[in-house]
Design a protein around this ligand. Structure first.
Ligand SMILES: [Zn+2]
Ligand SMILES: [Zn+2]
Length: 171
C-alpha cells in the first residue's frame, strides 16, 4: 500500500514562500490508528496547506474524522466527528522542539495526522451533552426512567446544609 500522505517537499523547499494544497482521504487503518473510537475503515478528511519557509515548511489546515464509542455516563452508543485544526512545522534540521522532521525531502504526514486526531478525540464521550446517566444505586437509565434511590441516598452536600440549619439559633 503506497502512502498517499508521504509528500515530496523538494520543490517547495527550493523556493521559500511557495505553497501547495493537499486534499487527501486516507482511511483510519492507513494512518496506523488502532483505537476503539475510530472505525478502521472510516475515511479521514485531510485538508492542508503547506507553505515553505527558509528553514522548514508550515502546515496549516483541518482534519475531520468520525468517531463512535459508548457514552461515559449511560453506556449507550455515542458518536460524533473529530475536527482538528492543524498548525504544525516540519524542518530538515529540527531546531523547534515541536517540529516534525523532513527526511530526505520527504514529509510524512502520517504521524502528525495520527497524533492530532488522537489528541482531539473525546476522552469521555457523551451520547448528548445533558445525558442524565445511570443511577449509581440501581443502575436504571435515568434518561428514560426514574427510580426512588435519590430519595433514600442523601447527598452529603445537603447533609452539611441541614447540619448548619440545626446549629443555627432558633428564630
Ligand atoms: Zn449517555
Ligand atoms: Zn436508582
Amino acid at each position: 500500500m503506497s502512502n498517499q500522505l508521504l509528500f515530496n517537499a523538494a520543490e517547495l523547499l527550493r523556493r521559500p514562500g511557495s505553497e501547495r494544497r493537499l486534499s487527501l482521504q486516507p482511511t483510519v487503518v492507513e494512518l496506523g490508528i488502532a483505537d476503539q473510537r475510530f472505525d478502521a475503515g472510516a475515511t479521514v478528511l485531510v485538508d492542508l496547506r503547506l507553505e515553505s519557509l527558509t528553514d522548514g515548511i508550515v502546515v496549516d489546515g483541518e482534519l475531520r474524522a468520525p468517531w463512535a464509542d459508548s457514552c461515559r455516563r449511560c453506556l449507550a452508543a455515542a458518536a460524533g466527528q473529530v475536527v482538528s485544526e492543524i498548525h504544525e512545522l516540519y524542518q530538515q534540521v529540527v531546531t523547534d522542539p515541536d517540529a516534525f522532521e523532513i527526511v530526505g525531502d520527504q514529509i510524512d504526514l502520517v504521524p502528525m495526522v495520527r497524533e492530532n486526531l488522537l489528541l482531539d478525540a473525546p476522552l469521555a464521550p457523551l451520547c448528548r451533552a445533558d445525558c442524565a446517566g445511570l443511577c449509581p444505586t440501581c443502575g436504571i437509565d435515568l434518561n428514560t426512567a426514574s427510580c426512588d434511590c435519590a430519595a433514600v441516598v442523601v447527598d452529603p452536600r445537603w447533609d452539611a446544609l441541614s447540619q448548619l440549619k440545626t446549629n443555627l439559633p432558633e428564630q
